[in-house]
Design a protein around this ligand. Structure first.
Ligand SMILES: *[C@@H]1O[C@H](CO)[C@@H](O)[C@H](O)[C@H]1NC(C)=O
Ligand SMILES: *[C@@H]1O[C@H](CO)[C@@H](O)[C@H](O)[C@H]1NC(C)=O
Ligand SMILES: *[C@@H]1O[C@H](CO)[C@@H](O)[C@H](O)[C@H]1NC(C)=O
Length: 793
């Protein structure tokens, strides 16, 4: 069980593992469920033990208070004597001592008796996750919990920037528009990036991951296809293709709802008739090939193409009844006649049949050129029927006219140039080669290794090129000057995210072992280093000169932001680390681990020297989240079995057994997903892993939430009542793993796990001021709030 980390069965679109045997996944689900149960049982046991210990400690106090009870308020409280009521009683007693007027006091208590049940529940609220009660104690300044009204926040988010490009597992997905924009996609967003102005626009009508993209011959309309995905209850949604206007971002057609299965793998517009038709290959087992009327949005024809993987589809530019598909060991030539398809296989004859035909283009002379996994470009032509050997009635065939050796490894992409030339991109040699119209090599260059292989090429002006790479980068450059990255991203699941305490920068880390520093103002990657193990969490020291990164093996390292050097390094346990958090004054570092412990370090020399101070021992499951109190003395922590524990660090990392006493503590940050102040972020029937991360703004006005259903939510802070209203934001195509506000709350960053996408949101509206004015100082710890309710006579 990796709990909070592994619950996105929602969207496996990042891998094409659709063929996974159902039984195995069923078993995995069952195993997971059993493991979950074991974790729960363990934690219940630990909880019970803790309660027994608590009970033992409280027994003497209890006895004392029983006397108090019988003296003071016997008629009211003898009916129920739970621990909670005793605690409450002790408060009443304190208050009554203050009041010192027995007559008035009796009256008050009588009044209270009328609603004694109500009073008792008001001390704490129980929330249930998987049937397990989690008690939240109400801060003393909340007088009327029942009357609290939850509103959505006045703040809103606007998508400001999208970091990343999906080159890892998608093809032919980068085009250059006459507007000067590159168009590509990542997660559910199609990005229009102006390569000179360095501005972005976003097409955001897709409801799940975009998988393919093509440009209309008018160079304005764009078609983009998405995966099916599932809704919140796991019900499959329908995949579709959107045709939209790239100048206005208006959706013109939505095609294929109810027709396509699983997802849309490949799309192309016809050319001969000015783009009247769109052909589509879907992700079903049969890889249905369909042709659509673009203007009406109606289906023209449909056929099962093959059970093998299909990589590309396109119309013959001079004849729209002619369609070609290619994929695993095949290239098919289709003819569409009065709504009926006929298929002809390309015949390899004496040539070795390649494992994959990765791509194809039409040359200006009308030949079909394919690029394959053998590194060859094959030129295909039509041969007259071979009547001599095949007999009368034999039909014409498609055969290889010429084989041109192009790349070591696969030819991943082919791109025709205006003047008849051709570009090819290599999957292994990372080369881009320019060929003359008669396939003589003219120029070549190699893209730097860190960007991976050439995924796709877009011609900007015949000289300048855009290159999408398999390591999710978009490069810009020429054969003469080489290439620089204009878009970069992670290439594997990411969890670690931290914003700088005083500058507009943030740090991310992921399973790709990369640690990257980004600039939110300039929208760019400052630097990226590769570690030996992968990072899962990060935290800046309050001074901002160093950042610590927690790794998958229990190791953690502290990096100097300027030199990128490791200034300190340590290992705690041998399991993955989940939180790195400095105390507000930077004198301590708390390291939360999957080995159930929180390790505490003394920090000196502005974050350069670390000495072990202690260890918080008491959680019965892995640490998921933790926060420091504002005074830097206490920690609040959550674990994989939904525990909320409090620790007195100054007193030697002591577990505070009486959680009630921590109810008024103020927290320097709020990232714990379980807590009174954020109870409202949970949905009914949640399995407790639905919320991966949470972050309170520095203004303490709002809470951002990263959920397992690809959504980012914005709630008012505090939101202590169930089902609090929120604003919901789409864009991610995978479980959102983390959210973080920038130091000034001007932006929020969110990170999709498998979609490898970082979204930067502008925080709009809201105005200034403090949430405390709204809800009567929920987090304040003023003692005056201990006074009894005002007399209402
Ligand atoms: C790009 O910048 C130029 C010059 O500032 C401006 O005229 C143009 O409208 C901008 N284009 C876009 C798409 O932002
Ligand atoms: C952080 O501490 C270092 C080392 O003492 C110091 O050089 C640097 O100026 C400090 N940075 C800030 C932002 O205070
Ligand atoms: C760590 O910090 C605590 C509390 O500030 C202090 O008492 C202790 O001496 C420190 N230990 C070290 C080794 O610096």
């Amino acid at each position: 069980l990796t709990g909070f980390s592994q619950f996105c069965t929602i969207n496996v679109s990042a891998d094409s593992s659709a063929e996974f045997p159902d039984r195995v996944s069923l078993m995995e689900v069952r195993l997971q469920a059993q493991e979950d149960e074991i974790t729960l049982l363990k934690s219940s046991l630990a909880d019970a033990l803790r309660r027994i210990r608590l009970h033992d400690q409280l027994l003497p106090i209890l006895k004392q208070q029983l006397i108090c009870l019988y003296v003071d308020i016997q008629p009211v409280f003898t009916w129920k004597l739970t621990l909670i009521s005793v605690l409450w009683c002790s408060r009443v007693r304190r208050n009554s001592e203050k009041l010192g007027n027995p007559e008035r006091q009796r009256k008050r208590l009588d009044k209270k008796a009328a609603s004694s049940a109500n009073l008792l529940t008001r001390q704490s609220i129980k929330m249930f996750i998987r049937g397990r009660p989690i008690t939240m104690y109400i801060p003393s300044n909340i007088q009327n919990y029942e009357d609290l009204k939850m509103e959505p926040p006045s703040e809103r988010l606007e998508l400001d920037w999208v970091y990343g490009y999906r080159g890892r597992d998608c093809r032919a997905n980068l085009y250059f528009l006459p507007s000067g924009e590159a168009v590509y996609f990542i997660a559910c967003v199609v990005v229009l990036y102006h390569i000179n102005n360095r501005t972005q626009r976003h097409y955001r009508k897709h409801t799940d991951c975009v998988r393919c993209l093509t440009l209309h011959p008018d160079k304005v309309r764009v078609a983009s296809g998405q995966t099916a995905g599932v809704d919140k209850d796991g019900k499959p949604l329908q995949p579709c293709v959107h045709i939209w206007d790239s100048t206005t971002l208006v959706t013109l057609q939505q095609i294929g709802l109810g027709t396509f299965q699983r997802g849309v793998a490949s799309v192309a517009f016809s050319v001969a008739d000015s783009g009247a038709f769109l052909c589509v290959i879907d992700d079903s087992n049969e890889h249905m090939l369909s042709v659509w009327d673009c203007n009406k949005g109606t289906k023209h024809a449909e056929v099962k193409s093959t059970n093998e993987a299909v990589f590309a589809v396109d119309f013959n530019p001079s004849d729209s009844t002619n369609i070609i598909t290619c994929g695993k060991s095949h290239v098919y030539f289709w003819t569409l006649n009065t709504g009926q398809f006929t298929k002809k296989q390309g015949i390899f004859g004496k040539y070795k049949k390649p494992k994959f035909i990765q791509c194809f283009v039409f040359s200006l002379t009308g030949d079909v050129l394919t690029g394959d996994s053998e590194g060859n470009i094959l030129t295909w032509g039509k041969s007259a029927a071979d009547v001599k050997t095949l007999g009368k009635g034999a039909k014409e065939t498609f055969q290889i006219m010429r084989q041109t050796r192009a790349h070591e490894g696969s030819v991943f992409t082919l791109c025709t140039l205006q003047g008849g030339g051709l570009l090819s991109g290599g999957g292994k040699d990372r080369k881009i080669i320019r060929w003359s119209a008669d396939l003589a090599p003219e120029r070549e260059c190699e893209i730097p290794e860190k960007y991976g292989a050439v995924r796709t090429i877009a011609d900007v002006d015949g000289e300048e090129l855009l290159v999408g790479t398999t390591r999710n980068a978009v490069l810009r450059g020429t054969f003469s000057d080489g290439f620089v990255a204009i878009v970069q991203g992670h290439v594997d699941e990411m969890w670690g995210l931290a914003t700088h305490p005083s500058q507009n920068i943030f740090l991310t880390c992921g399973h790709d072992r990369q640690v990257c520093l980004w600039n939110t103002e300039e929208h760019k990657l400052d630097w990226c280093i590769t570690l030996e193990e992968y990072g899962l969490c990060a935290g800046f020291c309050p001074n901002g000169s160093v950042v610590s990164v927690g790794l998958s093996t229990g190791r953690w390292m502290v990096l100097d932001l300027l030199t990128r050097e490791v200034v300190s390094e340590s290992t705690d346990g041998n399991e993955q680390l989940s939180v790195m958090r400095y105390s507000p004054d930077g004198s301590f570092l708390a390291v939360g681990s999957h080995d159930n412990f929180i390790y505490i370090y003394n920090v000196t020399e502005s974050g350069r020297r670390y000495t072990r101070f202690g260890k918080c021992n008491g959680h019965s499951s892995f640490i998921t989240h933790l926060d420091w109190s504002k005074d830097g003395k206490y920690i609040m922590s959550n674990s994989g079995d939904y525990e909320i524990l409090y620790w007195d660090i100054a007193a030697g990392c002591k577990l505070l057994r009486n959680r009630y006493e921590s109810k008024d503590r103020e927290w320097a940050s709020y990232t714990c997903v379980l807590g009174f102040h954020v109870m409202g972020v949970w949905l009914e029937g949640s399995d407790g892993t639905d919320i991966n991360a949470l972050c309170r703004s520095h203004s303490e006005r709002v809470v951002a939430v990263a959920d397992d259903f690809c959504k980012v939510h914005l709630f008012q802070y505090p939101c202590p009542k169930p089902k609090a209203p929120s604003h919901k934001y789409d864009g991610h195509g995978s479980h959102v793993t983390n959210v973080c506000f920038t130091h000034s709350d001007s932006h929020l960053l969110s990170m999709g796990g498998k979609d490898t996408c970082i979204l930067q949101w502008r925080v709009m509206g809201g105005g200034s001021g403090d949430s405390r004015e709204r809800l009567g100082s929920v987090s304040a710890s003023s003692t005056s709030t201990n006074s009894p309710e005002p007399a209402t006579s």
